[in-house]
Design a protein around this ligand. Structure first.
Ligand SMILES: NC(=O)c1ccc[n+]([C@@H]2O[C@H](COP(=O)([O-])OP(=O)(O)OC[C@H]3O[C@@H](n4cnc5c(N)ncnc54)[C@H](O)[C@@H]3O)[C@@H](O)[C@H]2O)c1
Length: 207
């Protein structure tokens, strides 16, 4: 697999390809061309071919890609075969929404462990999942060999939470707190800010 120099933009399109293939697969489509795949996602077919070529020769000229074969390969490339156990810190409004979203589990991304600074005060609909106090963080992460964590706590507490996660063995963080985390270089961090999308729409309507 020659993904060492794969551009980030390509890596970020892979989940889109995977999701679209899942959709066409469920519709019984067995073969798809790069044009059909690109058209479905608003991506030029040349880009689709280039993106996939970083990982091997999956298609046949003039025929296209076998949907199940490409899906299987992308699943492996994306690491979704790992069936990740994921920890979430901060069981408030956002945390609960993430835990309750069924789409992650279907992808093998299991948010099965939730921690909060005040587990007894949590109101909402996380009835079927235990909320651990922060004192259990190290134990939960080590016992379950957890490598991926989600931070959904207020910005003030996020850095400290991140430090504890890393000290316990976490290697990748999906951070929803609106703050820049200072972390070792080998830790993968993905900052998420939904407001950017909405603000950009406001910008376009205002200019
Ligand atoms: N990125 C986005 O698009 C987006 C969208 C919504 C919210 N947010 C951010 O996500 C975070 C959570 O938002 P919310 O609306 O769910 O807040 P919330 O107040 O409903 O929930 C926060 C939860 O974190 C817990 N908590 C606080 N400090 C903690 C700590 N140090 N350790 C462990 N748990 C702690 C609280 O007990 C609470 O249960 C905030 O930082 C918010 O700004 C981001």
């Amino acid at each position: 697999m020659k993904n060492i120099t794969t551009p980030t933009t390509t890596i970020e399109r892979l989940p889109l390809y995977y999701r679209y293939l899942e959709k066409v697969n469920s519709e019984g489509i067995e073969v798809i061309s790069s044009k059909q795949l690109g058209d479905g996602l608003g991506i030029p077919s040349t880009q689709v071919r280039k993106d996939l070529s970083y990982y091997g020769e999956f298609g046949r000229r003039g025929v296209g890609y076998e949907v199940d074969v490409l899906m299987k390969n992308l699943k492996k490339i994306l690491g979704l075969n790992n069936n990740w156990e994921i920890v979430l810190v901060g069981a408030g409004n956002l945390g609960q929404a993430l835990v309750n979203y069924g789409g992650f589990k279907k992808l093998g991304l299991n948010i099965n462990y939730v921690l909060d600074i005040a587990p007894d005060e949590i109101e909402g609909n996380l009835d079927e999942i235990e909320i651990y106090p922060m004192e259990k963080l190290n134990e939960v992460i080590r016992d379950n060999n957890i490598k991926i964590a989600i931070i959904a706590v207020p910005a003030e507490g996020a850095q400290e939470v991140a430090n504890k996660l890393i000290d316990s063995g976490v290697e990748a963080i999906w951070n929803f707190a609106p703050t820049h985390l200072k972390l070792p270089e080998d830790i993968k961090v993905r900052d998420e800010d939904l407001s950017i999308g909405l603000i950009s729409l406001s910008y376009y309507l205002s200019n």
